[in-house]
Design a protein around this ligand. Sequence first.
Ligand code: ADP
Ligand code: MG
Length: 376
Amino acid sequence: MENKIKKEFNGRFGKEGQLYASSGRINLIGEHTDYNGGFVFPGAIDKYIAAEILPNGTDKVRVYSIDIDEYVEFGLKEEDVPDQQWARYIFGVCREIIKRGGKVEGFDAVFAGNIPLGAGLSSSAALESCFAFALNDLFNDNKIEKFELARIGQSTEHNYCGVNCGIMDQFASVFGKKNHLMRLDCRSGEFEYFPFNPVGYKLVLLDSVVKHELVDSPYNKRRQSCERVAAKLGIDTLRDATMEMLDSIKEDISKEDYNRAKFVIGEKQRVLDVCDALNKGDYETVGKRMYETHRGLSEDYEVSCEELDFLNDIAKECGVTGSRIMGGGFGGCTINLVKDELHDKFITTARDKFKAKYGHEPKVYDVVISDGARKL
Ligand code: ADP
Ligand code: MG
């Protein structure tokens, strides 16, 4: 990929720039916890966006996307926003740096990636983080703090792409470290690295390629349930709730709200359990918690769907160590922790059975936990 970028850059601009990269991400555990002030547990993966960039001494950005095969030029003022969606991610990053008092001048760029788009691996966060990291290095002497780079990506999604996302994806892409996952406290913004080096296991994503569009905004309904229970308990978020507290108000809340809160409270503990287990290198416990999260998401939080439950069942039948929905639910991927010797059989079985039932195969992505934003 880097060679292709270099060749293209040289062919177009007749010069040589500097190469940067940033990665996609997985979240091992900690789902629907961000808006409850809880923990998420992501890591960067070995699939990434790479860009070659060189300041061009003008006030124009000239950028070519190899994968989309499109060339775009734009200025750096608010009204210069490009029409192309992919270019808005880059324009947004430039604008958000400038808005914060940072410097961005014209540059030439060529970029490409190998993160599947829209599969739940956050290709957009990788794109933002790659350019945010690069522009910090090229124009700002790396004075912008890394957490701010993640916020620049998040604000880009909010202000230029119409996606009202949290901070996890950009955080993971910027801070990712080989063989480590990161427990991010969504309330304080503090985080800690934990070793993740599952020798003898593989991490595999199975993308169901289904996305159920639901009519009555289930995401907002889940949030409202959590807020109602927190209000009843007199606390800001469910982060501060325990099962005992929840049980003490069981008669005063609906069964549905009870189940939603039960999942969130359980999920907080499962993340902490996984951290302990990783410190001991105990991947079997990690796997058990993943299955528990899946069951909670499916039965209590009710954000699974038939296809994802089916993939989870196949994992169980095949003796896979851990498996769960990754992401908000209602479609997308399962993330699976699989012993090396079971890997091929699991993939074949999942492909065959899923196809027999739903008419198409799931997509398979093997991932390895790797570094995030970097100079190449
Ligand atoms: P994801 O879950 O992968 O982040 P999004 O819809 O948020 O999905 O972001 C995908 C968008 O990001 C694409 O439509 C495109 O605009 C941009 N993008 C991601 N990867 C690339 C790439 N390799 N080349 C060009 N644009 C990309
Ligand atoms: Mg995205």
